[in-house]
Design a binder for this molecule. Sequence first.
Ligand SMILES: Nc1ncnc2c1ncn2[C@@H]1O[C@H](COP(=O)(O)OP(=O)(O)OP(=O)(O)O)[C@@H](O)[C@H]1O
Length: 251
Amino acid sequence: MIQINKLTKSFTSKTGKGFKKETVTVNAVNEVSFECKPGRIFSLLGPNGAGKTTTLRMIAGIINPTSGSAIVDGVDISQGNNEVKKRIGFLTGSTGLYERLNPDETLDFFGKLFKLPERELKERKEYLFEKLGINEFRKKRMGQMSTGMKQKVSIARTLIHNPEVLIFDEPTSGLDVITADSIIDLIRESKADNKTVIFSSHIMSEVDLLCDDLAIINKGSIIYNDTFDNFKRDMKADNLTQEFINRVKEA
Ligand SMILES: Nc1ncnc2c1ncn2[C@@H]1O[C@H](COP(=O)(O)OP(=O)(O)OP(=O)(O)O)[C@@H](O)[C@H]1O
């Protein structure tokens, strides 16, 4: 379960030189509240720069909110991010991988970091490698892999400790349809295992495949938050993408 209440993030930066130096504040996320339930997939949908990544990074304890609160699997994020990290798997575009390691070594490394017992680590690794089609390149160094291969390994590394809460920031970004499909399949399986899943996207077709609950974020504020069934039922446009565009423009 994820419960967030009035989560807000402002970034302040300095621009210009000498006397012309100015402080600029960007209100990236503005009093955002929503709830993600176990056994359901929650989509955070929004155009570029809407505040999706910033929201997810706060939930994952990577950055501190300016104000507001988030409870992740019973843990308040303000209590420190180590407890939160044990409970979540966070996949983002910048998920780090060591160039010199192969997938086998990578998962061993992260499994040990989470103090997984050896047998559990082995079973989990084999399951994820099979599920994501990593076996054929499990001994290849990360530095020699394609974008899609790296993304698969990033996902396996994110899920190695079998977390209760899965946070995916644009999980299929840059992937071909076959690779994207195996990731969508894994997300569905996590839902069947009663995990809490949240993913961000700006691709409506992907949302259509996975979503149970939907929030649309625009310019840092939530402009829609309901079940996906209700979204489809109340739709005025001919298709989901157009409905999304209309709602963002009308907000
Ligand atoms: N570290 C930062 N410093 C200053 N501004 C930032 C920082 N991170 C994000 N922003 C700003 O906050 C706003 C929201 O950015 P964010 O990355 O959360 O959007 P997004 O919805 O994930 O976009 P995209 O779909 O393009 O990835 C943007 O205006 C962005 O420029």
